[in-house]
Design a protein around this ligand. Structure first.
Ligand SMILES: [Zn+2]
Length: 74
C-alpha cells in the first residue's frame, strides 16, 4: 500500500512530465504564428500556416531548403 508521500511524489513526477511535454510542444511551434517568412520576410499564406503549424518559411524558401537538403543526400 502506497503511503501519502509516495502518492505525492507520483503526482509530482506526473506534473513534471506534463510540464516537459507542454514545453516541448511550445518549442516546436515557438508558440508563435509566423505571418512572415523568417528568411525573406514574404507573407506566408494562411492556408500554409494552418497546414503546417509554426511554419517559419514561405513556400519558396522551404522548397529551396528542401532542395539543399536533397543535395546533401537527405
Ligand atoms: Zn521566404
Amino acid at each position: 500500500m502506497a503511503d501519502e508521500a509516495d502518492r505525492a511524489q507520483e503526482r509530482e513526477e506526473q506534473q513534471r512530465a506534463d510540464a516537459l511535454a507542454a514545453q516541448a510542444r511550445r518549442s516546436q511551434t515557438d508558440g508563435v504564428e509566423h505571418e512572415f517568412c523568417t528568411k525573406c520576410e514574404d507573407p506566408i499564406p494562411p492556408a500554409r500556416r494552418v497546414a503546417l503549424p509554426g511554419v517559419e518559411l514561405c513556400v519558396e524558401c522551404a522548397e529551396r531548403g528542401e532542395r539543399t537538403n536533397k543535395l546533401r543526400g537527405r
